[in-house]
Every structure is written in C-alpha cells, then in structure tokens.
Design a protein around this ligand. Structure first.
Ligand code: NAG
Ligand code: NAG
Ligand code: NAG
Ligand code: NAG
Ligand code: NAG
Length: 241
C-alpha cells in the first residue's frame, strides 16, 4: 500500500517535472539570441522603424554588437505615428548616411533600466557619431516618468517592449531628431560637415549578420531524454512489484 503510494507520487512527479523544467528555463534567455525584428513586430506599431532599421542595415549590425558587448544596449523605438508626425519629406530628404545616423541616434551602447535613466549623467552618448564625438541624448525625470531630449525634440519614454539586461527597448512617441539635423537647413547638396568627412561608422565589427541561429534547443532535448530515461526505470521497477 505504502509502496504503491510512493510510486504514485513518484510518477506524478515525473509528469510534473518536464513542465517545471521548461518553466524554469525562459525561452529567450539572456544568453540566447535576441531577435530585434521579433520584438518590434510583436510591438505592433513599429513598421516604419523596422523598415528604416532594415534599409540602413543597422538591423543586421545590432545583434552582433549586442553579442559582443558586455554592457548591453538600449533602443528607443518611435511608433509609426511618430514617423507620420515628422514634417513631411523629412526622411526622404535625408541621405543614406544621415538615415544611418538617425537610426543610431536611437541606440545607446549600454543597457539602461528606467531607474538608471532617472539619474544618468547628461548627455548620454548614443551610437551616432557627430563632429565632436558621439551625439548625446539628455534624460530627466523621476521613477516611471522619464523624458528624453535631443535639443529639438523632447518626449516622454513610454512602456518597455523589453526591459531586461542586456537589451532594453523603450517606446517613444516622437522620432528623436538630432539637433544637428535642424541646424543645417539645406538637407542635401551643400556641405554636410566642414571637412566633408562621413559620419562615423558605428563602433562595431563589420556588419556581417548572417542571421544564422546556433542550435538552441539542444539543452531542452537533453533534459527530455533524461526524464524519459528515469521514467523508463520507474516503469521497470513497477513491473517487478
Ligand atoms: C526573428 O523574428 C522574425 C519575426 O518573428 C522572424 O521572421 C525571423 O526568422 C527571426 N529571425 C531569427 C534569426 O530567428
Ligand atoms: C528587409 O528588406 C529586404 C529587402 O530589401 C526584405 O526582403 C526583408 O524581408 C526585410 N526585412 C525586414 C525585417 O523587414
Ligand atoms: C556570440 O558570441 C559568441 C562568443 O562571444 C559566439 O560564440 C557566438 O557565435 C555569437 N553568436 C552570434 C549569434 O553572433
Ligand atoms: C544636456 O545636458 C547637458 C548637461 O546638463 C547640457 O550641458 C546640455 O546643454 C543639454 N543638452 C540639451 C540638448 O538639452
Ligand atoms: C516631459 O515632456 C513633456 C512633453 O513631451 C512635458 O510636457 C513634461 O513636462 C516633461 N516632463 C518632465 C518631467 O520634464
């Protein structure tokens, strides 16, 4: 009787074990690959940003950079509405180089939680290179209500699409236009910078994102195998009882 009871609880345990194990192992673990496209697609209102990220190839660079950094990364994600609210022709008036700069201005080469942003020391360097080092963003506010300012645009940081180290993605209602862009009234043709030197490339290794995904389910399968083995053993014991 007692042994039957023990066996019963044991088999119960075995049925519970797999689900318990899979729960304790979060799907996209901190070490696992982070799919930026997926995060933004799920967000549901970032088509313009995705297009721009893709067009500028920044989408290809970010995962590598994220993987090669121990500082993490922060992305500000303007909504489709934010892009619609830009003065008409803003994006089309930008050279490819400036589009890259605009996108990289939304990326901080370090992970910041919302709390971090409250008392960060301004200006915070972005991935976008300017004439005097990287272009910065300013942050102000208190817990759960932080504003970001570029000098021409100030907007509130809304909810996070992703908030855990190493990658934070915060929603913003406005495109973060660099002050630099508005200071040069002629969008193209005229000299972009005194030396005419191109915008500094992001300090990242060559953008050779090949989208290859390392086998990520090996661990899970091994656990399943173990559970199967132990289960089989218990069955065997039962047969002898
Ligand atoms: C990332 O997510 C998108 C959208 O869900 C998907 O189409 C793509 O295959 C994923 N990429 C990788 C490398 O997993
Ligand atoms: C990026 O653009 C290419 C074409 O240039 C397209 O095939 C691909 O689906 C786009 N990817 C995303 C995530 O928009
Ligand atoms: C991430 O970096 C590690 C080494 O730091 C490397 O082994 C792995 O292939 C990289 N993964 C991707 C997706 O680049
Ligand atoms: C950002 O903050 C720094 C330091 O407080 C200040 O000197 C600078 O003028 C600010 N820039 C903008 C655009 O607000
Ligand atoms: C944040 O910016 C909004 C404008 O988008 C402004 O109304 C608000 O006062 C700012 N809040 C703080 C704390 O600076």
């Amino acid at each position: 009787m007692a042994s039957h009871f023990i066996l019963l609880t044991l088999t119960n345990l075995l049925f519970l074990l797999p689900s318990a194990l899979s729960q304790s192992a979060p799907a996209p673990g901190p070490a696992g690959p982070i799919n930026i496209t997926d995060i933004l697609v799920r967000g549901g209102q970032f088509t313009s940003l995705l297009r721009l990220l893709n067009q500028t190839r920044v989408l290809d660079q970010l995962p590598n950079q994220l993987n090669n950094s121990n500082q993490g990364m922060t992305l500000f994600a303007p909504t489709d509405n934010a892009f619609l609210n830009l003065p008409s022709g803003t994006l089309n008036g930008l050279s490819e180089e400036k589009k890259v700069k605009l996108v990289l201005y939304h990326v901080l080469p370090k992970y910041y939680s919302m709390e971090d942003l409250v008392d960060v020391s301004n200006p915070v360097p972005t991935q976008a290179g300017g004439e005097h080092g990287s272009l910065g963003l300013n942050f102000s506010g208190r817990a759960n209500q932080v504003n970001v300012s570029t000098g021409v645009v100030e907007t509130q940081i809304n909810n996070a699409l992703r908030k855990d180290f190493p990658f934070a993605v915060y929603v913003v209602d406005q495109v973060l236009l660099p002050l630099e862009f508005t200071q040069a009234p002629a969008p193209e043709g005229s000299s972009t910078s005194p030396a005419g030197k191109p915008a500094k490339a992001p300090s990242s290794p060559a953008a050779d994102g090949d989208g290859s995904t390392p086998a990520k389910n090996g661990g899970g399968r091994r656990v399943d195998m173990w559970v199967g083995l132990v289960g089989g053993l218990v069955m065997l014991c039962m047969a002898f009882l």
